[in-house]
Design a protein around this ligand. Structure first.
Ligand code: SF4
Length: 263
């Protein structure tokens, strides 16, 4: 069982509206989800299992889902509810797939997916060029290597958010639609809170992706046109979020503390 002091070092629900990029998160020390993940990884290693093996990943996911469902049933029971009664309502959950913003986010993901392939090809070319030059000069230009490392950083940024953006846009719109259908003020508040929190994660991811695209734009002549197209698309998405879910601007969550999105 976790001691009180261990529990107290975590910020409650810090992971609720984060981008799940733990490798780049400055708040791992305060996050119980991260701590649980680390603990599980260590347990697998001690058993001689590879924590990244697909079967192990699926097994962990199944255990997490079971644990979450148990907690949900317990919480619902305490509130006098039976979750089994809610299954019929599941069909009423709004599906925003045809919403223009959802379509736009899906289109953006496909464009970025193709662009990332081009960037990877460029990495190979530039790496080859550095290697060839180093064979002749018996040394290499540190600046060139540094630039390449920077570009890998921006590539990873673009790559991480291009799949997260459409899924979070979907969730934000779905929660917004749910809020619009609700009559219970508390459920309306919860739905809109979820919509705005999800939208804020999208917005923050878009801003970081825009910076990454700007850097890639200035890096390579042949990537300029496509980087520019994506910059326009990312900016349209950003404006779409502002128009559809303006509440994201005032949404507060522990994860965003100290890293407020510049608007
Ligand atoms: S808050 Fe940070 S450490 Fe925790 S799940 Fe989110 S990204 Fe990972």
């Amino acid at each position: 069982m976790e001691s009180k002091s261990v529990k107290n070092k975590f910020i409650p629900r810090i992971y609720s509206y984060c981008d799940r990029w733990c490798e780049r998160c400055s708040q791992t020390e305060k996050c119980s989800v991260y701590a649980d993940g680390q603990k599980k990884t260590e347990e697998h290693r001690q058993k001689g299992e590879d924590p990244d093996n697909w079967e192990i990943v699926v097994q962990d996911m199944q255990e997490d889902i079971k644990k979450t469902m148990c907690l949900l049933h317990k919480a619902a029971k305490e509130e006098g509810m039976d979750l089994n009664d809610l299954s019929a309502d599941a069909e009423d959950i709004p599906d925003p797939r045809n919403h223009p913003l959802c379509q736009k986010a899906g289109g953006y993901m496909s464009l970025v997916h193709n662009f990332l392939k081009q960037v990877r090809r460029k990495f190979d070319e530039k790496r080859e060029a550095i290697l060839e030059k180093s064979k002749v000069l018996l040394s290499y230009e540190e600046d060139e290597v540094k630039v390449l490392e920077d570009m890998v950083f921006h590539y990873e940024t673009l790559s991480w958010y291009h799949t997260l953006i459409p899924t979070k846009v979907y969730r934000a719109l779905s929660s917004k639609m749910e809020g619009e259908q609700e009559s219970d003020p508390e459920l309306v508040r919860i739905s809109f809170d979820d919509a705005n929190g999800s939208a804020k994660v999208v917005y923050s991811g878009l801003l970081r992706s825009i910076v990454a695209l700007q850097r890639i734009y200035t890096w390579d002549e042949e990537l300029k046109n496509d980087a520019l197209t994506l910059l326009v698309e990312a900016d349209r998405l950003r404006k779409g979020i502002d128009a559809e879910l303006p509440g994201h601007k005032s949404f507060k969550s522990p994860w965003f503390c100290g890293r407020e999105v510049v608007t």
